[in-house]
Every structure is written in structure tokens, then in C-alpha cells.
Design a protein around this ligand. Sequence first.
Ligand code: SF4
Length: 403
Amino acid sequence: MSAHARLSPSGAHRWMACPGSVVLEADYPDEGSVYADEGTAAHTLASWCLIDGLDADQYLGTVIEVGERKFTVTDDMAAHVQDYVKLVREYAEGGELMVEQRVPIGHLTGEEGAGGTADAIIIKPGELVVVDLKYGMGVKVMSEDNPQLLLYALGAHENFGLLGDFHAVTMVIHQPRLNHVAEWTIPLPTLLEFAENVRFSAGQVRLVSSLEDALDAFLIPGEKQCRFCKAKPTCPALRAEVADLVHDAATLDDFADLLPTAIDSQTGDNYLSVAMSKVGLVEQWCKAVRAEVERRLLAGQSVDGFKLVESKRGNRQWTDPAAAEKLLKSFRLRNDEMYDFKLISPTAAEKLFKSNPKRWEKVREHITQSEGKPSVAFATDRRQEIAVPSVADDFGGLFQTEN
Ligand code: SF4
């Protein structure tokens, strides 16, 4: 990316939804994290495999340096990366695979030389495929309407559009640690329409950058864009959103909405619905404020009314396990007194029998898994709704009058 590029594909979900975030985030240091660096290490391993035509376990024990940090390729990392490598190889059958491919986006964002690096681009007859590896274990990322992937696809089309008569674009996200694959295919004209949205949003960012007095009008809070925004702890728009919600709750007549008798009232239903739709955002704000106060105190800055203290101590560990074992043995303890033996988990067993499907089938018969507990989701969530009989249905019989 050019030295001045601020509008990256990975940040597009934020700057396209909240153009003012680009201005606010500029005041925050880019500190990175061990998780981000671990993801970079996994991407490095994946690219080695795909470029060299090797499997991930052939790099076991290799140390990958990312900035100051070092990551060793473990069984766990190799297994997850191998899942991704296998998926990419399947998509690449009958096509031409390009790995860690830099694609341009400056023609859309107006930032000269700007671009992004797509993990894998595959050119197939009539179709462009973009595959993105997400190594995180937090939230499942969907490919549908995903601005980052759409930007990679637009960049790929800009670079390779002349190589074929493309009529469709497929975007794939693979999160191997969540066992999650999301695929979305759209016709090429739909992709090209999205280019106009990018141009419009980039124009908004330019506008707010030149008119800082108008910043408030360009700050648009929302769960998706605020989630990883560095400005979250101090952002005035997010603060106002949270304050509005809490104020609304506090001024409702006698908190009637919180009383069971009010559940059927129009106000009650509406209040809970609105409040629930904001809970994720408020939780994000709370976490961000806590993290920023901790960051400032750890950096030696003062935050009025707060200080650092030692929290609960960690679990006790042997300083030298071999020496401790030798000492315990000298006390003539029995094995069952000295050691904890535990059966391996079904997940570990699955890995163990990966190359022996027959044995794995037999082992599977001994595995059970509890049903997921009911959990609240947006009505638009793709998962099937759990049908629960209404209270009226349950008690209907009790209230029936004899005729
Ligand atoms: S916290 Fe949310 S509203 Fe504020 S700048 Fe960031 S994305 Fe925009």
C-alpha cells in the first residue's frame, strides 16, 4: 500500500459505514496484537504450502518471525492451516491459482498506489474466485456483502479482467479454527455496482478529512464498524448512542417495561426490542473503555479515580517439573497418587485417526454431544428458529371455561 493509503480493504467494513472513523482513528497508535501476529504467521505458513506444493505438517517445528514475535509451527497450527490449504487446492482445480496476490484499489479509493493482498485468487473459465483465510477464533465472518472480499474481487478484476470472459465472482472465507466456510457467488455486474459504493464512501472520507468541523455528521455507530475501531473508547458518537439508550431506559415510566405485567404492552415489547438490538454495541463500548483505561495506566498515564493493583494470582506451577517429579518419587508415592491420567478428548481422537477413517468411524460411535442451549439472535439470523409454545398455549387448557 502507498505510504499515505488509509482506506484498506481490511478496514472497509468500518470506513465505508463510518467515514469519520478514519479521522478519529488517526490519533490512536497501531499497536497490533499477539492474535494478529499469530494470524500473520498462519498466513505465511499457508502461502509456503501453496507455493511450494507441500503440506503444512512438513513445516512442523519451523519458527516464523512476525515483528518481534516468534511462532513455532505446532501440530495445531499445521492442522488448521492444512484445512485451508486443502480447501484452496479444491477450488483451484481446473483453474490458475495465485497466492498472496497484491491487487490495486487506488482507482476506487482515490489513494494513489493503494491496494490489498488477497490470500488466494483463482482464475477459472468465466469465474474469478477469491479465498480469504481468517485465523481468528472470535466471531464467524460471513462472505455475503463482505466489503473486504468485494474489494479484493474488484482489485482482481482490475488486474486480471482482460484474461477471461468473467461472468461471476465467488468469494470464500475460511476460518479453520471455527470449522467455518462461507461462500458467496455474485454476477460480475453486481460486483461492479459495488465499485460505485466504494467510490462514494471514499469521497465521504475525503470530505470529512477536509471539513473536520463536520466530523460528528460522519460518525455512524454500528456493531460491525465499531467492533475493532481503535477510537471506540473516546468516540463521541458511540458515547452518545450509549447515553441515549441508557437515558431512554431510565426515563421510561416507572421502569414498567421491566415488570412482567408489562411484557404484553406495546411499549414493553418495543423497548426490549430496541434495547436488545443495542446490547452488543453497549458491551463493545464497555470493553473498549476498560481496555483503554488499562492501556493508559500501564503506559504510566493517569486516569482520574483509577489505579493499577495486582489481580488474583495465577495458578501454582512446578518451577522445575523434572526435579519435582524426582522428589515425589523419592517419597515412594504410588503412580495414581503422583500422576493424573486423563482420556484424550474426542477432538484429539479425531486428529489421531485422521489417516484411519475406519477406526475413526468406530470411535465416533462412542461420542455424544449435547444440544446447543437456546440463545437470542437477530430475527434475520440464518439459523433455524427454535419453536417454543407461547405461555398462552401452555396454560390455554387451564383457562378454558366449560361450555
Ligand atoms: S467507534 Fe464506531 S462510530 Fe466511532 S469512529 Fe469508530 S466506527 Fe465510527
